[in-house]
Design a protein around this ligand. Structure first.
Ligand code: FPP
Length: 243
């Protein structure tokens, strides 16, 4: 075989449900551009983006993926115009109200990663309530990253280890991350055409498979998720070793 081999062409194929990633993480990017292309305000893109999140979460649960982590609002997103920030917060509130109403039926465990202390008292209360109500569910879990930054999370974990007099070990740092007790994501998906992590799950993504696509998040479908999972299932994961 030569140095330069042809890439295998992508054929749709089928998701192998016996080899699913346990944890999928998604950077829901492209809402603003989706809206702009249609002559709509950016907030319209976030509204559709929130619907797509609902559908993709439902689909992950149906497929048998155990954890879905989404980047809803970063520590840097406060720089956005006030109306955009308040729309995103409003969408989250709306989602949490709905989640509370349907929790007994859906059994979705909801957790939040990020510094919630600066969010509105209403949003904090809703987040605590959903966290409490769903704490005993042991099926599908959705983690919503809100006012989240990967570096801030690492610093927080280091500070917590120092305060508790813990040794500097990977186990202790992991146990003091927001994601404590959750396996690292095997697959990280970023729609929207950009190829970077943007301060998302920096610790947890050390060996994640990254999947980028041009589709903007509001256009992301169950078929796109299938494509990402099929792509992941074709990869050779070596974790620094050889096979
Ligand atoms: C990135 O796209 C998207 C965000 C910063 C916000 C994502 C939030 C939601 C989809 C709503 C959250 C709601 C729930 C229920 C989880 P962008 O605005 O940066 O897009 P652009 O790159 O095209 O400008």
């Amino acid at each position: 075989m030569g140095l330069f081999t042809k890439k295998t062409p992508h054929t749709a194929g089928e998701v192998d449900r016996s080899r699913l990633p346990r944890h999928i993480a998604v950077i829901m990017d492209g809402n603003g551009r989706w809206a702009k292309k249609r002559g709509l305000p950016r907030t319209a893109g976030h509204k559709v983006g929130a619907e797509v999140f609902r559908d993709i979460a439902t689909y992950c649960k149906e497929l048998g993926v155990e954890y879905l982590t989404v980047y809803a609002f970063s520590t840097e997103n406060w720089k956005r115009p006030a109306d955009e920030v308040s729309t995103i917060m409003g969408l989250l509130e709306q989602y949490l109200h709905e989640a509370i109403d349907t929790m007994e039926k859906d059994h979705i465990r909801l957790r939040f990663f990020g510094d919630m202390s600066v969010l509105s008292p209403e949003l904090q209360a809703l987040a605590h309530r959903t966290d409490d109500i769903s704490a005993h569910y042991d099926g599908f879990q959705a983690n919503i990253c809100l006012n989240y930054g990967g570096r801030a999370e690492l610093l927080r974990a280091a500070q917590r280890c120092a305060e508790r007099g813990l040794d500097w070990t990977e186990e202790n740092l992991s146990a003091n991350m927001y994601s404590a007790g959750i396996p690292d994501p095997e697959l990280v998906i970023r729609p929207g055409g950009e190829m970077r992590l943007s301060n998302f799950l920096l610790w947890q993504c050390a060996y994640s498979e990254l999947y980028f696509c041009d589709t903007l998040w509001p256009d992301f479908t169950r078929q796109e998720l299938d494509k990402a999972i099929i792509d992941y299932q074709r990869r050779d994961r070596r974790f620094g070793g050889v096979k």
